[in-house]
Design a protein around this ligand. Structure first.
Ligand code: BEZ
Length: 416
């Protein structure tokens, strides 16, 4: 591959690629490069070469710890969408740099936000997986008027008392996947539940949300530490078995979910049904636990691999062929976040100095997403989601995955 083509690819992709991936991409991009070199479009046919200053996106996502895989999926999902539009919008080239959110200490993401803004002069901050980290950067980005798109962390306060005109959320609030599930479980005849959740904000807010609509009996709340660094869930599974519920309702994600499900396979009483917010059995987890997957688990989430629409088909197919990894809800959130950036930049024709106008453009973005209709709620600065009720199956082609069995549309965070 020529040096010129290599530097074109580095700029377009906006990050370092492994050599093998870089070469593969080079082969398919050579044609686009030739077009760009003679003033034509790149991946977005007809778009002219960017003339404005680079639009710098600073991502803060974990590269290690319990949620590392979630961060990887979001980064890749963003990259997939930016590639689709030739990494430009509103006449500006989009350049992404990523910082490690790190695990456990919220002062780290705050320091990373400062670095991205004060040293790297980014135009927008995105990312953040864990709820406490979103709260940790909130005052800084608010006071410094930094346009921010949270692409995972669900902490409710960001849509309520801690809402900021500079922060929009493209993912979910912790309330959203679980509030409608309480009623659903009662309707399905589940009257005795144990709540199991990672003991931090996201788990506690999930538990509070399901209690709003669950009218059966909650026999116990079992709260493993977050992260559960010992990886040992035996004592918690024993607490569940001793309470003799009909079902558990779980919030857990990433490595903790993987460890719990592997142990539950042999230790959880077979009569107990598995339910929860869908992160617990999302594709990142299913890919790691193989036959420990709790087939039949019923969970609520704003996406599923099997969701049958044209945007999801395109997204999941391109994601798999580009990265060799099955898409998951986090990848979808990254993909949608990149699209919000592109649509808003196009709407203001690349002029982002007027921050209020740029935030207004963000607020007004709407499109057909792999999750269904994407739009923000003006009251909460949070995306409006359909919550899909999913049943875990073993599909002959897809392997362990979640099949959509019901849709609960227009789930809007109450905003207070
Ligand atoms: C959170 O901390 O908000 C969170 C983390 C992983 C999955 C879902 C929510």
């Amino acid at each position: 591959m020529s040096e010129k083509l290599e530097s074109y690819l580095s700029a377009t992709v906006g990050r370092e690629l492994p050599r093998r991936e870089f070469l593969r991409l080079g082969a398919t991009a050579a044609g686009a490069f030739a077009l760009a070199a003679c003033g034509g479009g790149t991946a977005s046919p007809g778009a002219s070469a960017p003339t404005g200053p680079d639009f710098k996106v600073g991502g803060i996502l974990p590269t290690s710890g319990t949620y590392a895989e979630l961060g990887d999926s979001i980064r890749k999902g963003m990259q997939l969408y930016f590639d689709k539009v030739g990494s430009q919008a509103g006449g500006r080239r989009i350049v992404v740099s990523n910082e490690d959110e790190a695990a456990g200490d919220p002062s780290i993401p705050l320091a990373k936000a400062r670095k991205l803004v004060e040293q790297d002069s980014v135009d927008l901050i995105t990312g953040i997986i864990a709820s406490p980290n979103a709260l940790a950067i909130r005052n800084y980005v608010d006071q410094n008027k930094v346009p921010t798109l949270i692409s995972n962390a669900g902490v409710n306060a960001l849509s309520r008392s801690q809402k900021s005109p500079f922060i929009y959320r493209t993912s979910f609030s912790n309330w959203q996947p679980s509030q409608p599930m309480g009623r659903y479980l009662v309707d399905k005849g589940i009257n005795k539940l144990v709540l199991v959740y990672s003991n931090y904000a996201a788990g506690a807010e999930t538990a509070a949300a399901i209690k709003e609509t669950y009218s059966g009996q909650i026999l116990a709340e079992v709260k493993p530490p977050f992260p559960n660094t010992s990886g040992d869930f035996a004592a918690f599974i024993t607490q569940v078995n001793n309470a003799r519920p009909e079902a558990i309702y779980v919030f857990m994600s990433g490595q903790d979910a993987i460890a719990l499900l592997k142990q539950a396979k042999t230790q959880l009483d077979k009569s107990i049904k598995v339910t929860g917010s869908g992160f617990f059995v999302e594709q990142d987890v299913l890919g790691a636990i193989a036959d420990a997957a709790p087939v039949g688990a019923v969970t609520g989430l704003h996406w599923a691999l099997t969701l049958d629409n044209k945007e999801n088909q395109e997204f999941t197919t391109r994601f798999k062929s580009r990265f060799g990894k099955t898409a998951d809800v986090f990848a979808m959130q990254g993909y949608d976040t990149a699209r919000v950036i592109v649509e808003a930049l196009n709407a203001v024709k690349g002029k982002t100095d007027d921050k209020a106008a740029f935030m207004k453009a963000i607020a007004q973005v709407s499109f057909k997403s792999p999750r269904g209709d994407f739009r923000f709620d003006a009251n909460s600065n949070n995306v409006i989601n359909t919550v899909y009720v999913r049943e875990l199956i073993r599909d002959p082609k897809l392997g362990y995955t979640n099949k959509v069995i019901s849709s609960l549309p227009n789930v809007v965070d109450p905003g207070k």
